[in-house]
Design a protein around this ligand. Structure first.
Ligand code: EPZ
Length: 421
């Protein structure tokens, strides 16, 4: 197993370029199943979740090729398989998007339940609710979801989600695209990657409106044709580097961002004393590493993202005072990293959905383990800010979602290396 070895206390200086958004890419690539013809998808991040998805698509008959600089050419015209390889499907969370895409294209699907980061119970009942509303006969077992048309066939419907769910919103959008009639999704999630999926599908000829609001409307079309689309920058990767500069101190230009997507993150770090200069597609981040405490409540977009909870907790761990961090999306997310942070000297008291963090002047390096993607990223930030050496194990979680992490941090002056055990 590989690990990262970090010697802390180096200031971060220079510029980092943000990659394409993981959570957009893992939806847009399966969505290519809806397209008859070649899709040229640019700014695809070179991360293991993407590679697994492309393996799955190739296995059911898609033609897949990488050009240089992150462009993937996908042609799913010849796809016939509707039972993706369960060994691959259960390696990641976003494989559930195959359900909606296969249902829309083939009117049937047999997909194993997803795997991925298990920091919380992550049901897919809202996805299933959507598929059933569209007329699918859905059989669920402990291992898989099987779908085919119900007695009245598949057609558009009105669906009100019981919870604001990114995955369910995107899965239902995909499922409805090629079905006859109109679909309306109420209480939809509004994340930037949902807008990105809708823009990709509309580029290929879909009729989707309202993405980014809580009401998304899809009018089914006969066919989608090929085209070219570039994935948006990754809001959470950018937030992770911003939190690293905040905690370790430094002056870094974070390039290839959409500032509007960053507001929910930068506004909170500004309260903690970090200085920002916004440009059209970049943000200058300046921090002396002395941070003020604050209060954060994670919320669906445009609130403070749950995927930045662990990273901001590290910043709070070294702030000059006591902070409060409340999680409203996944209650058990704290347990993915707080014990590890405590072994580095952090003082975190978890009380249900809220953690009280009493800032310490210094974290100490330690041997810690990543338990999920963002928990692992937070431990790297802690290692960059800590005295001494930190070893982060279980880094396969981290490499699911961060492209060229060691190269990017090393270029900023961090002392980090990847070591194979
Ligand atoms: C997506 O997960 C992201 N993953 C997660 O990012 C992110 O944390 C999450 O959205 C929230 O923003 C991908 O996009 C691949 P949800 P998803 O459905 O779609 C409940 C990362 O670090 N819920 O929006 O699974 C659920 O339990 C990952 O990149 C149901 O009850 O999240 C949660 O409490 C981690 N029933 C809430 O809704 C359902 O059918 C939000 O979940 C679906 C969800």
């Amino acid at each position: 197993m590989a690990k990262y070895v970090i010697n802390g206390k180096n200031r971060l200086e220079g510029a980092v370029t943000i990659s394409g958004a993981k959570n957009a890419a893992v939806a847009i690539l399966p969505a290519a199943l809806l397209v008859s013809g070649k899709c040229r998808v640019e700014n695809v991040p070179d991360i293991s979740d993407v590679h697994i998805l492309l393996e799955i698509l190739k296995d059911i008959g898609a033609e897949v090729s990488w050009e240089d600089n992150g462009t993937v050419i996908l042609d799913c015209t010849g796809v016939t398989g509707t039972k993706p390889d369960p060994e691959l499907v259960c390696k990641m969370r976003a494989s559930y998007y195959l359900m909606g895409a296969l249902l829309s294209r083939f009117h049937k699907a047999h997909v194993a339940l997803p795997g991925g980061c298990n920091f919380a119970s992550r049901p897919i009942d809202q996805h299933i609710k959507g598929f059933r509303a569209l007329g699918a006969r859905v059989v669920e077992t402990e291992e898989y979801v099987n779908m085919k048309p119900g007695p009245n066939g598949l057609k558009g419907a009105r669906i009100t989600l019981d919870v604001v769910s990114v995955g369910a919103t995107m899965n239902i959008i995909m499922a409805a695209c090629l079905l006859p009639g109109k679909t309306v999704i109420e209480n939809a999630a509004k994340e930037p990657h949902i807008v990105d999926l809708a823009n990709f599908l509309n580029t290929m000829g879909a009729h989707i409106s309202g993405a980014g609001t809580d009401t998304v409307k899809i009018t089914g079309v006969e066919k989608l044709t090929g085209g070219t689309y570039a994935i948006i920058p990754d809001q959470i990767e950018a937030g992770t580097y911003i939190a690293a500069v905040a905690a370790a101190g430094g002056n870094v230009l974070v390039q290839n961002v959409i500032p509007k997507h960053m507001d929910c993150i930068t506004s909170k770090l500004e309260e903690m004393g970090v200085e920002f200069i916004n440009y059209d597609d970049a943000i200058q981040v300046i921090s002396e590493g002395q941070l003020q405490p604050t209060t954060v409540k994670t919320r669906p977009y445009p609130g403070f993202p749950t995927d930045m909870q662990a990273q901001v907790c590290v910043c709070m761990s070294i702030a000059d005072g006591t902070s409060r961090l409340t999680e409203s999306v996944y209650e058990t997310r704290f347990f993915g990293y707080c014990t590890e942070l405590a072994s580095m000297g952090a003082d975190i008291l978890i009380n249900g959905k809220t953690a009280i963090i009493t800032g310490q002047s210094n974290l100490q390096g330690a041997v810690v383990r990543a338990n999920d993607l963002r928990a692992g990223a937070a431990l790297i930030i802690a290692g960059l800010a800590a005295e001494g050496t930190t070893e982060v194990e279980n880094i396969h979680y981290i490499e699911r979602g961060y492209e060229h992490l060691v190269e990017k941090l090393t270029a900023l002056g961090a002392d980090i290396r990847r070591v194979e055990d």
